[in-house]
Design a protein around this ligand. Structure first.
Ligand code: SF4
Length: 281
């Protein structure tokens, strides 16, 4: 036995936006036994499997076009206006679990668009939240996931910058600085969710306290990638896993300390499972 000393980060686990969506889904599932959800309810395959076993049916936007007279859950990432229009046309009832933080950002972007500002969104191409944000501008805003995608010479002299809620705060401020140094007037809006940026700081402290860090997250989670990198910077012996089966006892030495943490989409029960598995090494 390796007698590992294992601790789960108290600040890890679902953010309030995800808790809200999952609680809403479970309440309906308990009542009706099934519920459609547009896209993965959370970017964590293990949690999705758990909810599918209770009757959750994940559907795509194409599937949505085929449904009529049903109720559909909108997950925390939010949706563009076109989804609400489609629902109206097909007599679908949307159960809206869009996170309030995302809804507020959608409104801000819509206001900027109405004022005819030149809108740039720092976010991941094709990410559900970004599609919802872009929809507020009739898809006219420019989305970029790296400053290298922008041709600084041809950018407008004045622009409004927003961020997807789960991007890295450091990168956002770096981008703002680069644009300003190029002589561009930037109306820079740090719209990164505090559930992510605060966790960034807390994780730096946490990750430094252990011999190894096990970062638990789904591979599709945006903030999972950001927060994993935060841990890895702080503690080079950080491992990314999505479930307990991916653990390898060769990673650890006798009596070493292990910290377990995760993304805003990582369920606490999954981190508990990882802890339990470690206790068998
Ligand atoms: S990370 Fe923030 S914005 Fe995203 S769902 Fe959670 S609380 Fe909402």
């Amino acid at each position: 036995m390796l007698n590992l000393k294992v601790e789960i980060d108290n600040n890890s686990g679902f953010c309030f936006g995800v808790v809200y969506a999952i609680e809403m889904a479970e309440e309906i599932l308990d009542e009706r036994g099934y519920l459609y959800c547009l896209g993965d309810i959370v970017h964590n395959d293990e949690e999705v499997k758990r909810l599918e076993a209770k009757g959750l049916k994940i559907i795509t936007h194409d599937d949505l076009g085929e449904l009529k007279n049903e109720s559909i859950l909108i997950r925390a990432h939010g949706e563009p206006p076109s989804t609400y229009e489609l629902a109206l046309n097909n007599n679908l009832t949307l159960i809206d679990a869009s996170c309030p933080v995302v809804l507020k950002l959608q409104n801000r972007i819509k206001n900027s668009f109405d004022k005819k500002e030149k809108i740039y969104i720092y976010g991941k191409h094709g990410h559900a939240e970004v599609i919802g944000l872009l929809g507020q501008t009739s898809d006219e805003a420019v989305v970029f996931q790296s400053i290298d995608e922008l041709d600084i010479e041809t950018l407008p002299k004045s622009l409004t910058l927003y961020s997807q809620t789960t991007k890295s705060t450091d990168s956002f401020y770096e981008i703002t600085k680069t644009l300003m140094e190029a002589g561009i007037t930037v109306n820079s809006n740090d719209t990164i969710c505090r559930q992510v940026s605060n966790r960034d700081r807390e994780l730096r402290d946490f990750a430094g306290k252990f011999d190894h860090i096990i970062f638990v997250s789904g591979t599709k989670s945006s903030n999972g990638k950001v927060l994993y990198n935060v841990c890895k910077e702080q503690n080079p012996s950080t491992y990314f896993i999505s479930n307990a089966d991916q653990l390898d006892s060769d990673w650890f030495g006798s009596g070493e300390t292990i910290g377990i943490c995760g993304a805003t989409s990582t369920p606490m029960w999954l981190m508990e499972q990882v802890k339990e598995r470690l206790s068998t090494f």
